[in-house]
Design a protein. Structure first.
Length: 498
């Protein structure tokens, strides 16, 4: 998801950034020590504050992003829902991963000391906001919500595409947190590319989360890794999200599949990280006319920023000029930032011969129809695809276990497999995994959406033979926080060696 480098907001001064970082560092200990119920109350207050300000925030977002009111109101609801989901995560308590191993003098490997393990907030987190979700992946979005739930103060680097919205949302979040007793420094918004880089290099930042383009993500990831003390960098970068339809699926509901595909890759002017960039269809599918007509009928739509628009124009030119590519729907650019969908077609041979042009993400309303000859041909291509957030498989009534190898091959390339649907739309749910092999993300073990997003900002610590008075509340014998825990009594573990 490309970022823009210009801003109408004044960049944060060095002394202001220093104040924000110092306050975050000072808040880290007290904030992490708060009972989960108190952090949950803070997240709930944020959700209520955002919802109460919808009448003010949505028009600002419309003006800066060009996105329609209905989309933005739905996104604000999603943002509040994400916050409340982490209220439930904190109430459930399993996020803390508490395990107690009792001392066991008869343990099979020799006397075992008492071990008490739990996960604690990693420290101040730097979040880089996204361009394409002014609410849900921005100031109070999923990265912020999960980091705060983990007990980590957040320094939020605003996206230049919606500076006024970022500043106003930041004030609402700060006021909500202050109103329920959060330590000063728990949250701050800063502006400017250089500001973000300086914050990422600061030793007080313990982890960072980023949503943006592959080049920007790589540059920031290299900074995080090359610090004197490297830190985790959770980047969501680029994804082509392949979709496949089998011959049986086309025979059963070809026109329906064609319409769904066009709707998915053109949704929001193609500015979704889950937009299907490749659609594999069997030879002789007979849907080119329907696909071309469907794409041509989609109205022009405005792109988010000048930078996003420029990046799309460049990628579109590369793709339509690639050998073996045919244009099905001309698309192109209209007035200002508006674009019309472009649909092109090729085959698996050309796709593999020109990966530099055809196997990189297009952030915008362009997709590639790829014709394949049989499952073996398809398998060859899937093995060469870059990592993606999603893959989609449309099947028919005659399809069965013969597709298992294909499903397994797709599983190795993505973080979410969809069947007979479309990937645009990411459910905010405990089971959701929004991540995948590089370049879709820099850490495929983790997700930026769903309840387990909190795990990115938690670090396990073991207390061995600790006096009761020195244990944190999470690990005390009387369990004052009521957290779920796994307890291994003395002698139980000896079965491992016998």
């Amino acid at each position: 998801m490309p970022t823009q480098t210009t801003t109408v907001e004044t960049d944060t001064a060095a002394e202001e950034l220093e104040s924000a970082l110092a306050a975050a560092a000072a808040a880290a200990g007290p904030f992490a020590a708060l009972p989960p119920k108190e952090r949950a109350d803070m997240l709930a207050a944020m959700a209520e504050g955002l919802e109460a300000a919808a009448g003010e925030l949505v028009p600002i977002a419309m003006s800066e992003s060009g996105l329609p009111e209905a989309r933005l109101r739905g996104e604000l609801t999603r943002t509040a829902t994400q916050l409340r989901m982490f209220v439930e995560v904190l109430a459930d308590g399993h996020y803390a991963g508490v395990v107690v191993d009792r001392a066991d003098p008869d343990f099979v490997l020799g006397p075992r000391p008492e071990l008490r393990r739990a996960k604690f907030g990693i420290g101040p987190v730097l979040v880089f906001a996204a361009s394409n979700f002014p609410f849900a992946f921005s100031v109070a979005g999923g990265d912020t919500a999960s980091a705060l739930a983990a007990g980590c103060p957040v320094v939020l680097k605003a996206h230049p595409g919606h500076p006024e919205l970022s500043a106003r949302t930041g004030r609402i979040v700060t006021e909500a947190l202050r109103g329920v007793g959060a330590p000063e420094g728990t949250f701050a918004v800063v502006f400017g590319v250089d500001t973000g880089i300086a914050a990422l290099r600061d030793p007080r930042i313990a982890a960072a989360a980023f949503t943006g383009s592959v080049p920007a993500g790589r540059a920031l990831g290299d900074i995080a890794a090359s610090r004197p003390v490297p830190i985790p960098f959770y980047g969501e970068l680029g994804s082509i999200n392949p979709a496949i339809a089998t011959p049986a699926a086309i025979a059963a509901r070809g026109p329906e599949i064609a319409a769904g595909y066009v709707g998915s890759f053109t949704l929001g002017a193609g500015q979704f990280c889950t937009s299907p960039g490749l659609f594999f269809l069997p030879a002789g599918h007979g849907l080119e006319g329907a696909l071309a007509d469907g794409a041509a009928a989609v109205p022009d739509a405005r792109m988010l920023t000048d930078g996003v628009h420029a990046g799309y124009v460049t990628r579109r030119a590369e793709i339509v000029a690639a050998p073996g590519v045919r244009i099905l729907a001309e698309g192109g650019t209209a007035d200002g930032l508006a674009v019309a969908p472009t649909l092109v077609a090729t085959d698996t041979g050309a796709l593999l011969e020109h990966p530099d042009e055809l196997l990189d993400e297009v952030f915008g309303p362009l997709s590639i129809v790829v014709e394949y000859s049989d499952v073996e041909d398809l398998m060859t291509v899937v093995d060469q695809l870059p990592g993606s957030l999603t893959a989609t498989l449309h099947t028919g009534p005659d399809d069965g276990a013969e597709l298992v190898p294909l499903v397994q091959a797709l599983r190795s390339r993505v973080g979410r497999l969809l069947f007979n649907g479309w990937p645009t739309g990411v459910t905010v749910s405990p089971a959701m995994h929004h991540g995948g092999p590089y370049p879709s993300t820099t850490a495929s073990l983790h997700t930026s959406v769903g309840a387990t997003a909190i795990e990115r900002f938690l670090r396990p610590v073991v207390y061995q033979d600790a006096p009761e008075a020195l244990l944190p509340a999470e690990l005390r014998e009387d369990n004052p926080l009521g957290l779920p825990r796994t307890v291994n009594a003395a002698g139980e573990s000896s079965r491992w060696g016998r």
